[in-house]
Structure formats: structure tokens, C-alpha cells
Design a protein around this ligand. Sequence first.
Ligand SMILES: Cc1cc2nc3c(=O)[nH]c(=O)nc-3n(C[C@H](O)[C@H](O)[C@H](O)COP(=O)(O)O)c2cc1C
Length: 162
Amino acid sequence: MKDLIIYYSWTGHTRAVASVIAAAVNGELMEIQETTARKKGVGFVIAAFQALCGVKSRIKEMEFTPDRYNRIFLGTPIWAGKATPAMNSFLTRYNLVNKKVYLFFTLQDSKPPLKTIKTLSKKVKEQGGQVYNLISIKTKMGEALNRKKVETKIKEWLAKIL
Ligand SMILES: Cc1cc2nc3c(=O)[nH]c(=O)nc-3n(C[C@H](O)[C@H](O)[C@H](O)COP(=O)(O)O)c2cc1C
């Protein structure tokens, strides 16, 4: 059985990390997409406010059949210290029954707040899954990721946990 890498990304960093993980585990990629495109500028403030309030945004339907997969890697950027509205929606709409879940975050800081990790892990559990491990990748807004560095970090992480 293959692994599945599911992610939400607005500005591309989490997408890049997802593709590194997919290449490393020979997994499949699945993107969570919102139905309405976000606008830059004032959209940043709206996005942060929504995340802070735990809003669930409208996301496109996905053909997600968890039984087809072994492990699930679940990735989101951190907005205002929290998970994104799209990830909040995913975690209420789709079940993860008996799935081993590995979280990955991208953010400007080194790590998301512990409370956010706990909240996400609880949501995964409510959907029937179990968080086994997680990783955070530090990014800079407006700057492309150093893919080589990310590859090294992801490889080291996977070697430790799988
Ligand atoms: C609306 C918004 C709020 C953000 N809030 C935080 C934050 O609270 N802490 C942090 O470290 N980074 C924060 N960031 C930076 C993003 O987490 C970071 O750029 C991330 O890698 C973006 O992922 P993406 O390119 O996949 O969308 C924020 C970015 C946006 C757009």
C-alpha cells in the first residue's frame, strides 16, 4: 500500500515540502483546495483572522479513500499560530479511521504552538486516526524554499520515524 501526502498551501511552501515527502516515500499527493481563491493584501488579514477563530473554509470535493493508503502525511501552513481554515474543514469532513498520521507544518517560526499541535492531533483522533509524529519546516514569506535543505531534513526525519 502506498502512502498519501495531503496538504493545503496558499503560497507554495507546503506544496514544495509535500512533494519532497512524496518523492522520499514514493507516495501520492493530494491537495486540499479552497473553492474561492484568496486575495493578497487585505486577504492576509482575513486569512489570519479566520485561522485565529478556527474557521472552516469551503473546500473542493476530493476523492479520498483512506483504505487505499498505508500512512497519511498531513500538511498545513501555520496562520496566526493555528492551522488553516482549509485544514480545519478537511479534518471535519473526511475520516481517517485506523490511519497512522504524520503531521508536517511550514511556518516562519521554528515550531507551531504546542496548543495547536494538540488541537490538530485531537481532531485527527476524532476522525479515527492517530498522530504518530510531526515535523516543522521553517520558511520565509516571499522566498523560495531551499529544496536541498528540506530534502535532507525530511530524509533524516523519515529515517528516524519509519
Ligand atoms: C495569513 C498568514 C498568517 C501567518 N501566520 C504565521 C504565524 O502565526 N506564525 C508563523 O510562524 N508563520 C506565519 N505565517 C507564515 C506561513 O506559515 C509560512 O509562510 C508558510 O510556509 C506558508 O505556507 P504556504 O506557502 O504553503 O502557504 C503566516 C502566513 C500567512 C499568509
